[in-house]
Design a protein around this ligand. Structure first.
Ligand code: NAP
Length: 462
């Protein structure tokens, strides 16, 4: 039976980040009946959904459709979306601690890991984060690579590497059905890329990509997948796990197929690591070295080197979290230090009222649904702690934002952007075409300008 009565004081929780981890945390917070909780979900972008909008590949509409259930969380009467409000720039950590009973950091892993090899910063080299953000229509992401080269290397053997190989090679007609912004489609239409070489530093038994994504790449029309069968013999003494066994089966079948002469190809190269990117004004090649590995041991260079002639290199070697204002941060792991979601300071002491979830808590791993369990764990501890904390009356963050001239984009503003994107898509027979520029997003999101018309009221809770 619910312990709540109409007199139960309202507690306020801020969630920083409107991606799946943040929204699943918001859902957990409002659907329990131990506390009456109002949740403000802040995001530095005008649009919610985080990596579902700006990371999941545009040609994976089934995963993207999760936005439907995420929207229902935002529609909850005790959840308020505050878009275009950045922690660090518009509000501080201290503001949040002063205005809420608890704060949940769920800002994901927006930065990228580096290869730490010479030449990495040459034009023509970029991170998967930058490339994925660009094709996903992220307003901070200009085109990171000129696609005027026939051959591109993608470093890494995770699902992001396969996303990149697929987007760079699949027929543009397939991508025209997606929500990609028109300038991105134009760039892909004009692309000279004919071959993508995916480099894995370990053997296929240790690849991080999953069978479903591998099968999709193998089955692409217009693309030949090439893999040397000699690379598919498992290491002696190694028992590949089930995922690896399935991957090996798919790769073995692909290796046995004769090339069809398709216009584009993807080559998967295992046991090869990058040594340096070559070129003076831009990337002209990638020097790689064969590696050997023993079960349980780290890889070592086998001394055999080769230069790949490529005009671009994308590193898909994992995302990493970025620091948020003065929130404790572990730069080595790229996460907020925590104990099952309770934030810890540099000395390992608890930071009362502060929590973390998602990639910023555990690092960049797992699928969208993994965040549900993760956020449930964090919120369970938050609720336990709220039991122990004395209720406080907090002023609404609205006052701080007003004083600083920060006008958040609420759910209505996001709905206007959403509608505009759907209408734009409909003009080309698509469900949606993303709007990727800040001025248009802000104009749509903020609605009529207060100087000309009455300002739109955000529903601030009493
Ligand atoms: P990931 O799965 O961690 O893969 C990173 C890859 O980079 C690994 O193969 C790793 O090799 C390699 N790597 C790391 N440092 C390297 C270096 N210095 N030199 C060469 N290679 C290096 O990361 P991700 O692909 O970015 O994916 C992130 C998460 O999102 C994963 O959980 C993924 O499954 C998920 N995701 C899912 C989908 C989907 O479901 N369709 C799509 C995209 C992403 P080692 O193993 O040797 O370290």
């Amino acid at each position: 039976m619910s312990a709540l009565t109409p007199d139960t004081p309202m507690k306020r929780v801020a969630v920083v980040g409107a991606g799946p981890a943040g929204l699943y945390a918001a859902e957990e917070l409002v659907r329990q009946d131990r506390h009456r909780i109002h949740v403000d979900v802040l995001d530095r972008l005008p649009a919610p959904y985080g990596l579902v909008r700006y990371g999941v590949a545009p040609d994976h509409p089934r995963i993207k459709s999760i936005t439907g259930s995420l929207r229902r969380i935002l529609d909850h009467p005790r959840v308020r979306f505050l878009g275009a409000v950045a922690l660090g720039a518009d509000v501080t950590r201290q503001d949040l601690l002063d205005h809420y009973d608890a704060v949940v950091y769920a800002a994901g892993a927006a930065a990228d890991r580096r290869l730490e090899v010479p030449g990495e910063d040459l034009p023509g080299s970029c991170s998967a984060t930058a490339f994925v953000s660009w094709y996903s229509g992220h307003p901070d992401a200009p085109a990171p690579l000129p696609l005027d080269t026939e051959r591109v290397a993608v470093v890494g053997a995770g699902n992001v590497a396969l996303d990149l190989a697929r987007v760079l090679t699949r027929p543009v007609a397939d991508l025209e059905r997606t929500d990609m912004p028109e300038p991105v489609l134009d760039a892909l239409r004009a692309s000279a890329v004919r071959e993508v070489v995916v480099l894995a530093r370990r053997g296929p038994w240790h690849a991080r990509f999953t069978p479903k994504e591998l099968r999709e790449l193998v089955g692409l029309d217009g693309v030949d997948l090439v893999v040397d069968p000699r690379q598919l013999v498992p290491l002696e003494g190694l028992e590949p796990d089930r995922t690896a066994q399935t991957n090996l089966r798919i790769l073995t079948e692909a290796a046995q197929r004769a090339p069809t002469g398709a216009p584009r190809r993807v080559e998967l190269r295992f046991c090869a690591r990058p040594l340096r990117l070559l070129g003076t004004d831009r990337v002209t090649g990638l020097e790689i070295e064969r590696t050997t590995e023993r079960p349980g041991a780290t890889i070592t260079g086998a001394g055999e080197r080769e230069t790949l002639t490529v005009g671009a290199v994308v590193r898909a070697v994992g995302y990493r979290g970025a620091p948020l204002d003065t929130v404790p941060f572990d730069p080595a792991r790229g996460v907020v230090p925590n104990d099952k979601g309770r934030v810890l300071d540099a000395d390992g002491a608890l930071c009362p009222g502060e929590y973390v979830t998602g990639w910023l808590k555990r690092g960049p791993s797992g699928v969208v649904g993994t965040n549900k369990l993760d956020s449930a764990e964090t919120v369970a501890l938050l609720l336990d702690d709220l039991d122990e904390r004395r209720p406080r009356r907090h002023p609404d963050l609205a006052g701080v934002l007003d004083r600083r001239g920060v006008r958040p984009i609420g759910l209505e503003g996001w709905s206007r952007i959403d509608t505009a994107e759907r209408e734009l898509g409909a003009t080309r027979g698509r469900e949606r075409t993303k709007i990727a520029d800040w001025p248009t997003l802000l104009r749509l999101g903020k609605g009529p300008h207060p100087a000309r018309e009455e300002p739109e009221e955000l529903p601030w809770p009493s």
